[in-house]
Design a protein around this ligand. Structure first.
Ligand SMILES: [Zn+2]
Length: 346
């Protein structure tokens, strides 16, 4: 192929890609056969051998309830939502079966790969792995809690921990568990509400961990300076969350915000570990470089293996050992600070 021909091809591919992004469609759902299938399914409730009960009995309900707060009305909306989700799923599976028999590779539908459902779970592997991540944070937090409160010495006068960042890590644990909780809900059922809750929780966690990394790296200990450090980031993150929820869920912009917040904190930790010659810097570097490395999985997006394991789910798997190591570093830091401070106190 000549250079100009290649350029034209690339340009048209790029233009096509931009169009797809612009209308938020994927290759799978622009296929007219898929569209016809969904339309017919929503009208009849039948796709091949599958009967979707949510799509039938519709006419029985349309006459009742006019107020938005009417229970019947909510019930109808719920049925319609389920009808659409089920129709999209079964039509996708039908199309993918046809494509496979023609030797074609899988394509995305409405921005997602064709995943096999398990019971109510839309993306069973990502759901399960999110739950495991939540559990890892819980056990990490629990052992941190037991360490600082029961194993390490407390300040003689106040009976509080020597470690100055105890309460900040408690908040971190709660925000982490919250983010993984909504992640597993979102992977179970992808609707507007669960998507917003997942995105908001993730942004809140990222913003908070950025603040925490700066407070730890710059050894900010008194309340007034902590507020000064936190306020601008907190204000920005709050505005960003409100923007996503009530103005526009702009994926591109949100991605930029998250990448910048993640990059700044990873850099902060990495540099601080070296400069401060922290005794557990190897652990910290492993988490930072490991975390940056597995982010590549998000960029290298491949279709689900056996209908389950896609790049995103592998990314969720990779954060499990990293989380274990991360809490181990936090506990090391608590031990290190406590031994320095309690020696000074004597
Ligand atoms: Zn996820």
């Amino acid at each position: 192929m000549g250079r100009s021909a290649l350029a034209v091809r690339l340009a048209s591919l790029l233009a096509f890609g931009l169009v797809l992004v612009f209308v938020e469609a994927s290759l799978g759902d622009v296929d007219p056969r898929y569209r016809t299938c969904v339309r017919e399914c929503q009208a009849t409730g039948i796709v091949g051998e599958n009967v979707i009960s949510h799509c039938q009995s519709k006419e029985n309900y349309t006459s009742v309830g006019v107020s938005w707060y009417n229970q019947e009305q909510i019930y109808i909306q719920w049925k319609e939502l389920n009808c659409r989700t089920d129709c999209r799923y079964f039509c996708m599976m039908q199309r993918e079966g046809e494509r496979q028999s023609l030797g074609l590779s899988p394509v995305k539908y409405h921005g997602k790969w064709p995943f096999l459902r398990v019971s109510v779970f839309q993306e069973p592997l990502s759901t399960a792995l999110s739950a495991v991540n939540l559990l890892m944070h819980f056990t990490g937090w629990l052992s941190f809690f037991l360490l600082v409160n029961y194993k390490l010495p407390l300040r003689p006068q106040t009976k509080r921990t020597y470690y100055e960042y105890t309460s900040l890590w408690h908040i971190y644990a709660i925000l982490s568990m919250n983010a993984w909780f909504w992640s597993s809900i979102f992977h179970t059922r992808d609707i507007e509400l669960t998507e917003k809750l997942d995105y908001s929780s993730a942004v809140a966690l990222l913003g908070y961990s950025l603040i925490l990394s700066l407070l730890r790296a710059f050894n900010v200990k008194d309340e007034a300076s902590r507020v000064m450090f936190a306020a601008p980031i907190l204000a920005f993150v709050t505005t960003h969350i409100l923007y996503l929820n009530f103005y526009e869920l702009d994926y591109g912009w949100n991605m930029k915000v998250c990448v910048v917040m993640a990059a700044v904190q990873l850099l902060t930790w990495a540099v601080w570990a070296g400069v401060s010659r922290h005794p557990s810097r190897l652990k910290l570097w492993t988490v930072v470089f490991g975390g940056a490395l597995v982010m590549l999985l998000e960029l290298y997006d491949f279709p689900p293996y056996m209908g389950f394991a896609d790049a995103h789910s592998l990314w969720h798997a990779s954060t499990i050992p990293l989380t274990y190591l991360w809490w181990s570093f936090i506990k090391d830091d608590a031990k290190f600070r406590t031994s320095t401070l309690s020696k000074k106190a004597k």
